[in-house]
Design a protein. Structure first.
Length: 297
């Protein structure tokens, strides 16, 4: 049995059907939720529903094709991969924002972030430094629970189902690139039609940079999926990225006119910092014999 489960072992004629069903179910479910997000705004519950669309699509595909759900990689796997999945976003996130701040594309210490933390923590009289420390610690620990609950929905689809399926035909690099491209394409409606972007100008460049970031992350997550035999390290990395980058580092940054171009998920620096992590994951995969397609037994 392959380390990535029975999904990779689907015969060729069923492989095409499984991929088609997953894409159709993901598109149908996501577009329904996209309508609510476009009409009602980026509300938390609608975003959670959107993030669960790929997971529900994978579960529906498995049900129709009578594939055992254990093939999704539910086992926990070795703890070292979870530790790596949590630490990797801290490393690339801190490095990226140190570059943003040092190069003048933003500054640490956004007072609006402190104000928001005071409100949510119920600490109006605390000094700013105490509010920041307490709030950031909660965001990357307790806040991680919410992010894991929503990231699980995506990762059941992307890394539980799609990555092993694509490894059946494409190998490590192909599966990582295609998963990253589909992951980026899935975001297009809310990027173009809501405020889920860095601003209404320069959207084509934003999409290119965002796609590069997701492809790079996909390489890292594919490696974690292969080595651990589990989808959970990908869930941990996805959740840690959202908690650290989206909930701490980006809102902590005081923006200027250059910030949208260089900072955040739609800026230049973050994807460029993540690319070396992706290249290392690819190198490790090749060294460990995971580069080629997984052929059925």
């Amino acid at each position: 049995m392959s380390a990535i489960g029975e999904t990779a072992m689907i015969p060729k004629e069923r492989w095409v059907k499984a991929l088609t069903l997953f894409i159709l179910f993901t598109a149908a479910l996501s577009l329904v939720v996209d309508w609510f997000l476009i009409q009602m705004g980026l509300k938390r519950l609608y975003m959670a529903a959107l993030m669960w669309s790929p997971g529900l699509a994978a579960l529906l595909t498995f049900k129709l094709m009578k594939i055992d759900l254990s093939a999704l990689g539910w086992k926990w796997g070795p703890s070292r991969y979870h530790a790596a999945a949590y630490l990797i976003p801290i490393l690339y996130g801190v490095l990226a924002y140190m570059l943003v701040w040092s190069l003048g594309f933003g500054a640490p210490g956004n007072p609006e972030y402190v104000k928001e933390l005071r409100y949510y923590l119920g600490t109006p009289d605390w000094p700013a430094d105490r509010v920041l420390i307490f709030g950031m610690v909660l965001q990357v620990t307790i806040g991680l629970v919410w992010h894991m609950a929503t990231a699980l929905g995506e990762e059941i689809g992307w890394r539980g189902f799609l990555t092993p399926l694509l490894m059946r035909r494409m190998g490590f690099a192909g599966a990582s690139v295609v998963t990253g491209l589909l992951w980026a394409l899935w975001h297009v409606p809310i990027i173009l039609c809501t405020s889920y972007n860095a601003g209404p100008t320069g959207l084509p460049l934003q999409m290119v940079l965002f796609t590069l970031m997701l492809i790079a992350l996909s390489f890292v997550m594919t490696w974690l999926r292969l080595r651990s035999g589990s989808l959970w390290p990908a869930v941990t990395l996805h959740a840690a990225h959202n908690a650290i980058v989206l909930s701490v580092l980006q809102p902590f940054t005081l923006p200027n006119e250059q910030t949208p171009l260089f900072a955040g998920e739609f800026g230049l620096i973050l994807p460029l910092v993540i690319v070396p992590f992706a290249l290392y994951a690819w190198y490790r995969a090749k060294a460990q014999g995971h580069a080629g397609p997984v052929h059925p037994h």
